[in-house]
Design a protein around this ligand. Structure first.
Ligand code: ADP
Ligand code: MG
Length: 612
């Protein structure tokens, strides 16, 4: 048999490896910003064109590179940051694998200008397909100016895989926000297609949060400042009134590195549990500092996950710190602090950390009791377990948002034939069961409808029709102003036309604010803000580039406004509901694909009774 194995050419191997590190423009942004920070820059300017597809440029005033380093830095495993494998486990610098620039150079056209303070003249380098095509001296400022153009120009499959500009710019803003939050002492500027999205002067964390997430948060931020020898928790949390229905403004940093942790999120949600309903998410920007030896950070730079050696203690401290802050600022005056005493009594917290202490601590009664059921620790309490599940469910539903119109067409047709038409001459007297289901008798049996699902169908079709018919809008007596963070504001700006098409009078109001002056005639006032927040959240979850979001907007309005279970209805209400449902194009299904009604003939009833 002939030999079949061939070694991949270098440039292909590089492109494959690059795919791991640089998945989209935002990943390059992250790597470049982190390098600028590691270089000690105090001013960093990020310039983006066409959502990073055409240009990503980072100009910093950091320490720059020598002519030789400027060339070497694009080679795989070129790094000035690790010398031994042990260095990998310390997370004090931002990046540490020496792969970012090599990966970028494999998939983009790169230009670099860099100069060290002690050098008179800087270096200019141009790279394509990982090859240096120009290197010459250049007059430039101290620091580094790195441009990457036409990302994925040589990997068309990847370039085509990129999402809409709105989505990509949102990812870039997300990375920028995470980094700018962690380094308030650095001046940051972000310019997108020639206009400045942010210009953040160096200053205190609070100022940075306001600059990034919106000035409307002023006076709504509660400081958190808890210090133990084991771990410290600092930062700000939002007062309950600014909680939103989107998860947008939640930031955890461990040793100044952004991480995602459902577990720690839960520690915070729990602290707010009497203050917020389960579909509201508090704002927080929290920094946890802990001995790096006590955490296991996944060394893959694109992962943001972390494991704490003693995660329950961290959970308890974060939970207590947030409760303490809410309590101190009289937001939750009646909170119960019994458990704090226990947490505070833990040897890991009260005593400075040494190896001997750690061993002692682990044998300690309180420490061991953390895992035992029935002991005081609140993690084991049943109601907490329940809420944990609820949280999990919420997360799942966000991760798997209901697709728009998920009804398989074949189903709909089959049902059209089998079940319709419903005889129109049902009785004029209706029976409501459990404030949820309505029964009407017909000539040959009865029809049962689910009031909530039926109403969702009615509203969905009505909102959809309003796009083609003249829209009736009711003016609001008091216009509503909505403040968003810049990334959500970009999403909403793109949805405005669609939202207006169903009868909302909503306009961009400068900066990242919007004003609603009128709502559709069918819309019950009072839920405008949560409606807008939900639409933004849905749009953020949409993975593809939907041609328009109108269906999704109508779905959202229908879900929010439908009569809920538990609402008693009058005979007239029930009559109207029936009439309107039967006038719908697809009366048997809710817009989310659930069945709205059940038809039973006398024959069906007989069978049911016999089976029972
Ligand atoms: P890593 O950051 O993991 O070391 P990178 O590929 O991101 O690997 O960068 C390679 C090296 O290039 C860095 O270790 C650093 O020495 C140098 N470098 C990269 N960006 C800059 C910058 N903005 N200023 C100064 N040096 C830089
Ligand atoms: Mg790096």
């Amino acid at each position: 048999m002939s030999d079949v194995i061939a070694l991949l050419p270098d440039h292909i191997a590089n492109q494959i490896a690059a795919g791991e590190v640089i998945q989209r423009p935002a990943s390059a942004v992250k790597e470049m910003l982190e390098n600028a920070i590691d270089a000690g820059a105090s001013v960093i300017h990020l310039i983006i064109r066409d959502a990073g597809k055409e240009l990503i440029q980072v100009i910093d005033n950091g320490k720059g590179m020598s002519a030789l380093d400027a060339r070497k830095c694009f080679e795989r495993h070129a790094t000035s940051k690790i010398k031994t494998i042990d260095d990998l486990f310390s997370i004090h610098t931002m990046g540490f694998r020496g792969e970012a620039l090599a990966s970028i150079a494999a998939v983009a056209k790169v230009e670099l200008k860099t100069k060290q303070e002690t050098d008179e003249i800087g270096t200019y380098i141009q790279i394509e397909n990982s090859k240096v095509i120009t290197q010459e001296p250049v007059a430039c400022n101290t620091g580094t100016n790195l441009s990457i153009k036409n990302l994925f120009f040589n990997v068309p499959a990847r370039r085509n895989f990129l999402k809409s500009d709105t989505t990509e710019i949102r990812h870039i803003i997300d990375e920028f926000t995470r980094i700018a939050l962690a380094f308030p002492e650095i001046t940051f500027r972000l310019t997108n297609n020639q206009s400045d999205l942010y210009h953040l002067e160096s200053g205190k964390l609070k100022l940075r949060i306001l600059g990034l997430l919106g000035q409307h948060l002023n006076n709504k931020l509660v400081p958190v400042d808890e210090y133990t020898d084991f771990v410290s928790v600092k930062g700000f949390i939002g007062s309950p009134e600014i909680a939103t229905r989107t998860r947008g403004n939640q930031y955890f940093f461990v040793n100044n590195r952004f991480i995602k942790s459902a577990y720690l999120n839960h520690a915070i949600t729990q602290a707010y549990k009497d203050l917020l309903s389960s579909d509201e998410f508090p704002l927080f920007v929290l920094f946890i500092d802990i001995d790096p030896k006590r955490i296991d950070i996944n060394v893959h730079p694109t992962k943001q996950e972390i494991k704490f050696e003693e995660d329950r203690i961290v959970y308890s401290i974060v939970n207590a710190a947030v409760r303490h802050a809410l309590n101190k600022y009289a937001i939750a005056p009646s909170l119960d602090f019994n458990l704090d005493a226990q947490i505070e009594a833990l040897p890991s917290i009260t005593q400075p950390f040494t190896h001997e202490k750690q061993q002692q601590t682990q044998q300690d009664y309180l420490f061991q009791s953390f895992g035992e059921k029935g002991k005081a620790h609140f993690l084991e309490k049943k109601e907490d377990a329940k809420q944990w599940k609820d949280l999990y469910k919420i997360q799942q539903s966000f991760e798997n948002p209901a697709p728009s119109l998920p009804i398989p067409q074949s189903d709909v047709q089959a049902n059209h034939m089998n079940e319709l038409p419903i005889e129109e001459n049902f009785t004029t007297s209706f029976l409501q069961i459990n404030a949820a289901y309505i029964i009407a008798t017909t000539k040959s049996g009865c029809v049962i409808i689910d009031q909530q699902l039926a109403h969702q169908r009615i509203l969905f079709e009505r909102f959809k029709k309003s796009q083609t018919q003249t829209i009736v809008t009711q003016q609001l007596l008091h216009p509503i102003t909505i403040h968003l963070n810049p990334s959500d504001s970009i999403v909403l700006q793109n949805l405005l036309v669609d939202i207006q098409s169903i009868g909302f009078q909503i306009e961009w109001f400068g900066q990242h604010s919007f004003v609603i002056q009128g709502i559709p005639a069918d819309f019950i006032a009072g839920k405008e803000t949560s409606f807008i927040e939900q639409i933004i959240e849905n749009a953020k979850q949409e993975s593809g580039n939907l041609p328009d979001y109108r269906d999704s907007i109508c779905l959202c309005a229908a879900r929010l406004q439908a009569i809920p279970h538990g609402k008693k209805l009058s005979q007239t209400d029930m009559q109207t509901l029936f009439d309107e449902l039967l006038r719908c194009e697809q009366p048997q299904f809710s817009p989310f694909g659930k069945k709205t009604l059940l038809k039973l003939t006398a024959g069906d009833l007989e069978k049911l009774i016999q089976r029972a």
